[in-house]
Design a protein around this ligand. Structure first.
Ligand code: NOJ
Length: 556
């Protein structure tokens, strides 16, 4: 089936060379191992993705972003890469990848792949060589090795803790230790080493030559490091400002790396795109998004906010202005593979300014405490998603959110995979709950994910949220996303927004060029809508009014 909205953007038409296709794209994140399994091994694969291209086309997205599909021990869901220029044999081959890219392009869908430059896997040939080589060797200089303290180096070089919990230094048995921001299976690369620079340029060209359209850069704010001879303590490190000269995070010199990458991106026509995953202060995001750098950066502000009008307004106004100043376009994210799904977040008690950890207690309790209001969560999620899709800039959608999927809280410990679960016993349950394989059908083995089961257990309630159950249901979240994405493609104009006045402070209303209006009622009192033709609403109007916790789109 062809979606008329994507037919317009079909690659192969005059739009093929449009260098700004990414500026207002709806990008769908595929977590390959949990998307669709073609061969029955319980792990999603490349052919599985290819088989679902009609679904993506019908959904109406302009691009997909694939989380890592490279050979990996899966110590961190594939963000521990053994080989940057190959496909995990469990997921397919390079030929399968090429066929997938070609088929996606035929469907008018661009392809973004994930690059993980901060660390390799401990199984990467460079790290194996480093372990087999002596202290001071060329092989060790590709990573961050330090002598341990104590008589024989038996103590770590510092008390630093890893982002995933536990120590950040791991001993290698000869008095030396290596540094890892994340799991110990993810040794950090030394970006002061020209060989590391050169190798990533080769990787970027490798995938660019295979036809990918852009890159998502993992931990983009962490690559450049400047470790002093005398290491500060963790407490001292935490107290240092992140103003561009912090030893580990968001250093100004990281942008030198991205200037080199930009030169490679610009070797292609149209230039390859990139989006930075940089968890930095909002006012430091612009440099990652600059035209001399990666070009775009994730804005996680909405993902960290409660469902609340004032906060949404502040975030939107700030980021639209930031994009205008930087020359990039805004990005919007409500869910991804690292956080609790937004349908669930919005059904839990509000958490104040930062909700990335919202629900940590709920997850720890196996989903029993506090009590989740699943229906309210979904209702608010539908309203927020519709609002997001009306904003200027790119919307990054995470697989399953178009089904209104909730987080799966009750995965038994024995089935869990996320290293953050293992490194923080009793404190952090990890991110597996948003990575459970997608339900494609209401019945059948693994709800249609694949013929051989699913690598994480799927709950019974997946049936009602499956593609099969929602397809053709005019009230389903899938139908809402399909309709919204088609309208968005048709209505999207210049990257501007004009706020519309409202007498209520729990209402957020704005207009896009061409008279496309989005009105969100964050409160519970029904709302009279302005004059205009109703295009779509996240719940049906009642007596001509927009009910509470709902969004409507109108055409003036
Ligand atoms: C960010 C990724 O999104 C996350 O899934 C991963 O665990 C870390 N980076 C480390 O690569």
């Amino acid at each position: 089936m062809t979606n008329p909205s994507t037919a317009e953007t079909r690659i192969g038409t005059e739009r093929e060379l449009d260098p700004s296709w990414w500026r207002q794209a709806a990008v769908y994140q595929i977590y390959p191992r949990s998307f669709a399994d073609s061969d029955g091994d319980g792990i999603g694969d490349i052919r599985g993705i290819t088989s679902r291209i009609p679904y993506l086309e019908r959904l109406g997205v302009q691009a997909v972003w694939l989380s890592p599909f490279y050979p990996s021990a899966l110590a961190d869901g594939g963000y521990d890469v053994d080989d940057y220029r190959d496909v995990d044999p469990r997921l397919g081959t390079l030929e399968d990848f090429d066929a997938m890219v070609e088929a996606l392009h035929r469907a008018g869908i661009r392809v973004i792949v994930d690059i993980v430059p901060n660390h390799t896997s401990h199984r990467h040939e460079w790290f194996r060589e480093a372990l087999a080589s002596p202290k001071g060797s060329v092989a060790r200089a590709r990573y961050i090795f330090r002598d341990g303290l104590g008589h024989d180096g038996e103590l770590p070089p510092s008390d630093w803790t890893s982002t995933f919990g536990g120590p950040a230094w791991e001993p290698v048995g000869d008095g030396q230790w290596y540094f890892h921001f994340f799991a110990k299976e993810q040794p950090d690369l030394n970006w002061n080493n020209p060989e590391v620079h050169a190798d990533f340029l080769t990787t970027l060209r490798f995938w660019s030559d295979r036809g990918v359209d852009g890159f998502r850069i993992d931990v983009a704010h962490g690559l450049a490091k400047r470790l002093p001879d005398e290491l500060p303590t963790q407490a001292e490190l935490d107290a240092l400002p992140k103003d561009g000269d912090h030893p580990l995070w968001d250093r100004d010199d990281v942008h030198g790396i991205y200037a080199e990458w930009r030169a490679v991106f610009n070797e292609y026509t149209p230039a390859k795109t990139a989006v930075a995953e940089a968890w930095v202060a909002a006012d430091r995001r612009a440099r990652y998004a600059s035209a001399e750098g990666l070009g775009q950066a994730f804005n996680f502000d909405l993902l960290e906010a409660d469902f609340e009008a004032g906060r949404f307004r502040e975030i939107i106004a700030f980021n639209v202005e930031l994009a205008r100043q930087s020359g990039s376009s805004s990005t919007w994210v409500l869910s991804n593979h690292d956080v609790i799904r937004h349908a669930t977040r919005y059904g839990l008690p509000p958490r104040g300014m930062s909700t990335t950890k919202a629900g940590a207690d709920w997850l720890l309790s196996g989903g029993t405490s506090p009590v989740l209001d699943a229906a309210a969560g979904l209702r608010r999620a539908r309203a927020a998603s519709l609002l997001e899709l009306a904003l200027p800039g790119s919307a990054y959608l995470y697989q399953g959110e178009e089904l209104g999927l909730h987080e799966v809280p009750d995965i038994p410990g024995a089935s869990r995979q996320d290293p953050t679960f293992f490194r923080n016993p009793g404190v952090d349950i990890g991110r597996d709950g948003c990575r459970v394989p997608l339900p494609w059908t209401a019945t059948g083995p693994s709800y249609g994910f694949g013929p051989g089961g699913a690598h994480l257990p799927q709950p019974g309630w997946f049936a009602a949220s499956s593609v099969g159950a929602e397809d053709g249901d005019p009230g389903s979240t899938l139908t809402l996303y399909r309709t919204a994405l088609a309208l968005r493609t048709r209505l999207q104009g210049a990257e501007t927004l004009k706020w519309l006045p409202s007498e209520r402070d729990d209402v957020l209303a704005f207009e896009r060029p061409g008279g496309w209006m989005s009105i969100t009622n964050f409160g519970t009192m029904p709302l009279a809508l302005p004059e205009g033709e109703l295009l779509l609403s996240s719940v049906p109007l009642e007596g001509g009014l927009l009910p509470g916790e709902a969004t409507a789109w109108l055409q003036r």
